[in-house]
Design a protein around this ligand. Sequence first.
Ligand code: SF4
Length: 489
Amino acid sequence: MIKKPDYTPTDREQAFLDTVEDTKHQREIVNGLKPFFDEKAPDDMLSFYTNDEVVSLKVLKGTERDVEKRMPVKITRHYFELAQKSEPIQRIVKPSAAETTDLTGSEDPGNQMDFSPVEGLLHKYEMGLMYVVSTCSAHCRFCYREELIARKEVERHDGTVAKKGLAKIPEITAYIREHNELVKANGGRHPDTGREKLREILLSGGDPMVLNNSKLAAWFGALAEADVESIRIGTKEMAFYPARFDDAFFAMLDSFHEAYPEVAMHFMLHFEHPDEILAKDDDGNYIEDEQGFLQWVPETGRAMRGLASRGWLSIQNQTPIIKDINDDPIALRTLQREFKRVGGENHYFFCGRDIVAYKAFNVPIETAWQALNESQKGLSGIENHARLSITHYKGKTEVAAVTNEPIPGLPGSENGVVIFKLLRNALSAPDRGKVCIVGRNPDAVWFDDYEDRVLFDEAGLFEYKRFTETGEAPATLASSMPRTDGGCR
Ligand code: SF4
């Protein structure tokens, strides 16, 4: 039997952990559709589904098209209240029978498990992403972690099939230490993989902010002691339950910063639509103050100010562009302006990914680019930083431009072109900045839809080979790659 690594906090770590307090939170979550089917949900919430919706969802229960089998249903009271005045918000969390009409898609988008050397950790770039929990306070229908949240079995790199497990401190910190020691001893590169130091770790899931302060603090302290330079927290909790960002949480952050001032911290928030942050009047209009500034939902504004007032951490927003939710330049513009105004940065917008049933949620790549580009017209240089990303198996790729005119002398460009730019490889970094140019296809939702119109491909997006431990698998055409992208965080 293999002995599991032990973990004992250092004195410095323990001194930090001893300062942490937990708070009880009342998210008032309604879990699943049953409380609505059986009329057991709180009275004022029952009307969230019409009778017709209940009937159409009930009839699918237990069948292949059961919406909860694909992605569990969950909502907080806070989000329910926002949804009362917002159709986009309703669509984020409310299942519809139509979403399982076509169940095409990948159970493990991006072959994430190819990059998992330890249970619960994906090692990409100089960064590690950890699954620390398998749920969120509410669930988005378009979630690309549906396989984790729905506890589905997925195929591993070695061919075995199992549910994705969660990260554990002893195993993860042992892996980080071993990797980084080898890198250091070898002059800055891992002797086998050529990778650099594993210096950034993203706490993800599910949503790490559903964990209590003690558990979060245990991760922070352990990662800091493992010499991680930067910790990211990927969370949508500020949309679902902003009261989670309370005094005890901020005190824990401050205490961590006092103990480990050298470790950077980044909050990767996920706001999809301005209706998640802005207060509305009874007619559904955004409320302005006397000077014309838009008013935030009070709890959300408090949470943002709490983060933004701590200049040692950064706040970024990243979100996919999803059909009938935020494929709307006006909504995207408002979101970017407001987020920057209160001290956040607009990081990435993502093209939809190849989750199971992705056709119910994704907009074409060129449509997403047009929506974002249109939204950024009139934004200032510091408001319009966000890029549109679609993560190829090779790595994160920017949809850099879509043109309307032919390029003189270039056959295939008659209807304009799309220019992709590789931001980085998942395994290393040699190809950054290389581009791929394809003739336009307004219906394309993934690279294979451009396969017959590649004009220039120095980035090698159409010659992708799947990574294996012993090298690379036989050449794979873009068309045989599962469709995927980089993630809401
Ligand atoms: S918050 Fe993120 S991880 Fe959670 S359900 Fe929504 S998309 Fe999925």
